[in-house]
Design a protein around this ligand. Structure first.
Ligand code: NAP
Length: 259
């Protein structure tokens, strides 16, 4: 399927691995030129080169922390005018509700709420002037159903979701389409580290934890970054023009809700 976005340019934050990488690869497959980002340079350069070779699009890389002001300034300088923004960053650490102090919340809000908002504010006005744009914010299933050990994520992502709900409807008249993409459990480094922590805390093996968690998902498995990326690319496509301010859940059916 031709997504109608060949020749557009996308900034995909936090994209050397995992879900961000899935989005970058799917956009490249649709013919989109990329600006990719991660803190570590090595994996970023390796994945960028693979994408150039496989899909023939141009890929710039910016090794920087997207949650820092300097990092964002470097990203925005390298990116220039972009048509598509995929907001992403690492998730906050797990813990118990009694653990977190003000500083922990400030860090989580900075990374998972205020960083995407800063990039939206920097890039969406240009998209509106040019009359076309797409923004996908990678959030989490935790905005629909809280995850007990991820209270920092539950809080920060709910804040971003509220902001996007209000903003998406204000920018849509100028052709800018903004939505959130909510991952449930996907097979990435993030879930390896969360499942390892759960295994250690409960005295079980990693495989036992994985098997139990997979069994609780109607699809019977974790999602893949390819599935996630394809959904993101569709949300950035010409065909997503009537999807405004939505929260698209990819969780294999794990969240037991009617809507
Ligand atoms: P991942 O496999 O750990 O990959 C994270 C990617 O982001 C890497 O490329 C990492 O590279 C980059 N990154 C992390 N922090 C960054 C920063 N501050 N600045 C720039 N790049 C950064 O994680 P993932 O599973 O793809 O998760 C992506 C997001 O989705 C996270 O916020 C996570 O909480 C959320 N999520 C994931 C799942 C899941 O099942 N995987 C479920 C719900 C929500 P560097 O380390 O080199 O910077």
């Amino acid at each position: 399927m031709d997504l109608g976005i060949k020749g557009k340019k996308a900034l995909v934050c936090a994209s050397s691995k995992g879900l961000g990488l899935g989005c970058a690869r799917a956009l490249a497959e649709a013919g989109v030129d990329l600006v990719m980002n991660a803190r570590g340079k090595d994996a970023l350069e390796v994945e960028a080169q693979k994408i150039r070779e496989e899909f023939g699009v141009s890929v710039e890389t910016v090794a920087a922390d997207v949650t820092s002001e300097d990092g964002r300034a470097a990203l925005l300088k390298a990116a220039g005018e972009v048509d598509i923004l995929v907001n992403n960053a690492g998730g906050p650490p797990p813990g118990q509700w009694t653990d977190w102090e003000r500083e922990d919340f400030i860090k989580a809000l900075d990374a998972n709420m205020l960083t995407p908002i800063a990039l939206i504010k920097a890039l969406v006005p240009g998209m509106m002037e040019r009359g076309w744009g797409r923004v996908v914010n990678i959030t989490s299933v935790s905005v629909k159903a809280p995850i007990a050990v991820l209270g920092l994520s539950n809080s920060a992502r709910a804040g971003l979701t509220g902001y996007v709900a209000g903003t998406a409807r204000q920018v849509a008249p100028k052709g800018v389409i903004m939505n959130n993409l909510l991952p449930g459990l996907h097979a990435t480094n993030r879930t390896v580290s969360l499942d390892s922590a759960a295994a250690e805390a409960s005295g079980r093996s990693f495989d036992e934890v994985r098997a139990e968690k997979s069994a609780a998902i109607p699809a019977g498995r974790y999602g893949t970054i390819e599935e996630f990326g394809a959904t993101c690319a569709f949300m950035c496509s010409q065909f997503a023009g009537f999807m405004v301010g939505q929260n698209i859940l990819l969780d294999g059916g794990a969240t037991n809700t009617t809507m």
